[in-house]
Design a protein. Structure first.
Length: 87
């Protein structure tokens, strides 16, 4: 279902640093072809357990666990980060 905050707002789009984004996007594009993101736990990158909960690093959904990166992103199957197609 749709994730909502206490005011009933959804997190389907992002603003600023996109840390709060909780939409269901899980794809990126390579040469116009849609690609599916890899699972966050399928790579040898270590994320703080508190951050995993706070930012929602589950499944293969686009997120932004870093403060210094613009839009939601994910890992490609080769471990390279890719910007997601998020409004």
């Amino acid at each position: 279902g749709t994730v909502r905050d206490g005011a009933g707002s959804t997190f389907d789009c992002y603003q600023a640093r996109s840390l709060e984004y909780r939409g269901l996007a899980n794809t990126w594009f390579l040469n116009g072809v849609e690609q599916e993101c890899a699972r966050w736990d399928s790579h040898a990158f270590s994320w703080d357990p508190m951050l995993v909960r706070e930012v929602g690093l589950t499944s293969n959904l686009c997120r932004n666990p870093r403060y210094n990166y613009g839009q939601p992103w994910c890992y490609a199957s080769n471990g390279v980060t890719r910007d997601c197609e998020v409004p």
